[in-house]
Design a protein around this ligand. Structure first.
Ligand SMILES: [Zn+2]
Length: 326
């Protein structure tokens, strides 16, 4: 059989990754560079076009069936635009149209987590599974969902915004979106330090003073999620308490997903998960039963690891998403 290629793009806030892949789910080659931070509303599409031209030769391009993009949002998936690109401080940034016109190929744009679950279903652990959720715990928290084999999109394509599920009705922390008590305000890589500060202030201060977390002279405001997980790995009691509480809230978030979507399998990814597999998975498994009513699914780390959005973007070309009517 003639080989069919697709181009996958993972457009993140920090990096853009572009890959050439095939219909068997093989990534043939890829390039990564920092996402542009300056320019007009075509800066992102121009960057992607330039990366594709550098990665894919004209003869390879002839065998490419289409281009898939898993992007930061919020998006208008019907027109393939980013509604708000915080890096550029711009609204209505077009992706699909300029890239499609440049290469004369169909371009499919979905939120990165939603693209990721398409990748899991097409090439990863979810191949024969009709009820599947992928959850990323990274700078933010989000998910992509299949129920009965249908990819969930919603009226505006935002059916995946589980990072903004309320897990603390007292709303002790304010989320990046401006609302209170949201899951990612406590448990995303960016926000774990803020939750840690809240917890540390309630702990016996004698114990806190002995913690490795402060042995380097860092103040409580300077701690990163990585500092906390690294200290927990070395057995630090204060760090372990924080990781345990983050895990309890992750269990509540995951339980909400299970209670709403009833999946057979949940795969987890994102940098916080991939760098700290056991410390993320174990507390979720420990506390899940306190919150879940549906039969629990299998929960595991995605085998597609940090390439899951790229695999998803490639999969979109072979398995185009049903775009909702306006
Ligand atoms: Zn929020």
């Amino acid at each position: 059989m003639k080989r069919v290629y697709a181009i996958g793009v993972d457009l993140g806030a920090t990096n853009v990754r572009v890959a050439l892949g095939d219909s068997n789910g093989r990534i043939i080659k890829k390039i990564v560079e920092p996402t542009v931070r300056k320019g007009d509303k075509y800066a992102l599409s121009n960057q992607i076009i330039s990366m594709i031209k550098r990665l894919v030769s004209p003869s390879e391009l002839k065998k490419v069936r289409g281009i898939g993009i898993g992007s930061i949002g919020p998006l208008d998936i019907k027109s393939g635009k980013i509604l708000l690109a915080p890096n550029l401080g711009l609204r209505d940034v077009p992706l699909a149209k300029p890239i499609s016109e440049e290469f004369n190929l169909p371009v499919y744009v979905l939120n990165d987590c939603v693209a990721a679950v398409v990748g899991e279903k097409t090439f990863g652990a979810g191949k024969r599974i009709d009820n599947l959720v992928y959850v990323t715990i990274s700078t933010g928290i989000g998910c992509g969902v299949y129920v009965n084999g249908h990819l969930l999109l919603g009226k505006d394509g935002n059916a995946h915004e589980v990072g903004h599920i309320v897990i603390d009705y007292e709303g002790r922390l304010i989320c990046g979106c401006g609302k209170r008590g949201h899951w990612e305000a406590y448990c995303s890589g960016r926000n774990i330090p803020k939750f840690a500060k809240l917890l540390i202030e309630e702990m016996p201060q004698e114990e806190v003073r002995k913690s490795k977390l402060f042995s380097t002279g860092k103040s409580i405001e300077e701690l990163t999620a990585r500092d906390i997980y690294d200290a927990a790995k070395s057995g630090d009691k204060v760090a372990l308490k924080i990781v345990n509480e983050v895990g309890r809230l992750n269990a509540i978030g995951i339980a909400n997903i299970i209670n709403a979507y009833d999946p057979t399998l949940i795969t987890l990814g994102g940098s916080v998960t991939l760098y700290n597999e056991e410390l993320v998975l174990e507390p979720i498994k420990k506390y899940l039963n306190d919150y879940v009513v549906n039969r629990p699914p299998e929960i595991r780390v995605t085998p597609l690891r940090e390439n899951i959005v790229l695999y998803g973007a490639i999969a979109l070309v072979f398995n185009p998403p049903p775009i909702p009517a306006p």
